[in-house]
Design a binder for this molecule. Structure first.
Ligand SMILES: *Cc1c(COP(=O)(O)O)cnc(C)c1O
Length: 421
């Protein structure tokens, strides 16, 4: 049996309608920006394998560090025990983050990093004897697929079967110059019941790479600070250079209370989640009363192998060559945007850092499930490029090692698609 036949017998894929989906493409090898299938066909991974990869596939330096770690210590329980990788990673990351981030709590992925953040905020108020249990989030937000993360995400086709079980959230519009005042008063009205405000800084990825301005986020954050509403910055997607700065929160002056990371944390090598917080949040859990403990943990909390991948990725991330690559990709996107923005098929084009998104003109049929999405997806797969449109929105979000020639090839195929489809 072929890999595809074996797959279809036993596997249930994520976000996939198994009845109508095309068979998956078996990938056997990765190198740099490219993935290779079993027939040797090459694909440029223009979406960093669901936004996780930042330094390229099968990076030899990360591979070496992970292999070394595997021969020393593969895992150890993280309650009552610790290990150097987890300590060093926390030390180095906290150094790079906004200065008020003081403690690191590990988990397994982006969704769990969010669950931890939400529980930290709710229990922070609980431990202080204040029953604040309202959460504010942006409309169309995406914070993950576990129940708490789903609850603070916008209600959508993804959440519909579960909507009746999701806790209530106060959803607010993305800020712009015209509505910022109204948003502030909306927050002020419920501040006494509100535990926290959770947001994707600057870019709502899953919503379709929707972008909003740092200036207005800064104003909203300043208002939350004034009203004593805790802030959770979900940097699961935006972290590690995507927005042109190391973290999206580096674009604002205000400081979030809690930050969540995953995707790029290990360079896209393996699953690891991280929630960081301020000293004040951490202190609210310190007590002789054991009931004030944060009762949360996963079997693989702070897995040493995952930490070694994250440390190796951090070595590469802090190398000046990476900052240069990020600038190069950014400049290249700017040029491409200018070139195609007046094409009649382009309804909107937006860019932040290494991310560029193009909205395809479709008349009225703009849903996630529109057939255009599949047409575009297949068009680029045939051309050896992995682009995974969100409905009618195509975006490029490459590993930072992408070459100018690879970028030029992706751009040329997009232009060709604009003219042919
Ligand atoms: C992907 C994502 C998550 C969830 O991360 P997983 O590792 O897929 O669970 C949370 N927040 C944002 C902004 C994301 O893009």
């Amino acid at each position: 049996m072929s890999l595809v036949e074996r797959d279809l017998k036993v596997i249930w894929h994520p976000y996939t309608q198994m009845k109508t989906a095309q068979p998956p493409i078996p990938i056997v090898r990765g190198e740099g920006t490219c993935l290779f299938d079993e027939n040797g066909k090459k694909y440029i991974d223009a979406i960093s394998s669901w936004w996780v990869n930042i330094h390229g596939h099968a990076h030899p330096y990360i591979a070496k560090k992970v292999a070394e770690q595997l021969q020393k210590l593969e895992h150890v329980i993280f309650a009552g025990f610790t290990h150097e990788g987890a300590i060093e990673l926390a030390e180095r990351l906290l150094n790079l983050l906004p200065i008020n981030q003081k403690k690191a709590f590990y988990s397994d992925n982006g969704s769990t990093a969010i669950e931890v953040a939400i529980k930290m905020c709710l229990q922070y108020w609980h431990n202080k004897g204040q029953g604040r249990n309202k959460i504010i989030a942006f409309k169309n937000a995406y914070h993950g697929d576990t129940f708490g993360a789903m609850a603070v995400s916008g209600r959508s086709a993804f959440t519909a079967p579960f909507d009746s079980l999701l806790f209530e959230v106060e959803f607010i519009d993305l800020p712009d110059a015209s509505n910022i005042k109204a948003l502030k008063s909306q927050i002020s009205k419920i501040k006494d019941e509100t535990a926290c405000f959770i947001f994707e800084p600057l870019i709502q990825g899953t919503a379709g790479m929707l972008m909003y301005k740092a200036e207005q986020l800064d104003q909203l954050m300043a208002h939350c600070r004034k009203e004593d509403v805790l802030m959770i910055a979900d940097e699961v997607f935006t972290g590690f250079g995507r927005t042109g700065k190391p973290f999206a929160c580096n674009h604002v002056n205000e400081l979030p209370d809690i930050m969540c990371f995953s995707k790029g944390l290990t360079g896209g090598t393996m699953a690891l989640g991280l929630t960081t917080c301020t000293q004040a949040i951490y202190d609210a859990f310190l007590s002789d009363d054991r009931l004030k403990t944060l009762f949360h943990g996963h079997s693989f909390t702070a897995n040493p192998v995952a930490c070694s991948a994250a440390l190796a990725s951090l070595d590469l991330f802090t190398d000046e060559q990476t900052a240069i690559s990020i600038k190069r990709i950014e400049a290249s996107h700017v040029q491409f945007a200018a070139k195609i923005k007046s094409h009649p098929k382009i309804k909107a084009i937006r860019q932040t850092g290494t991310i560029i998104a193009m909205e395809w003109e479709t008349g009225n049929n703009t849903s996630y499930f529109s057939s255009l999405r599949d047409t575009l997806y297949n068009y680029f797969i045939d051309a050896g490029i992995i682009l995974r449109p969100l409905g009618n929105i195509i975006y490029i979000l490459p590993p930072y090692c992408i070459t100018d020639a690879e970028l030029a090839y992706i751009y040329s195929k997009i232009e060709q698609a604009l003219n042919e489809i």
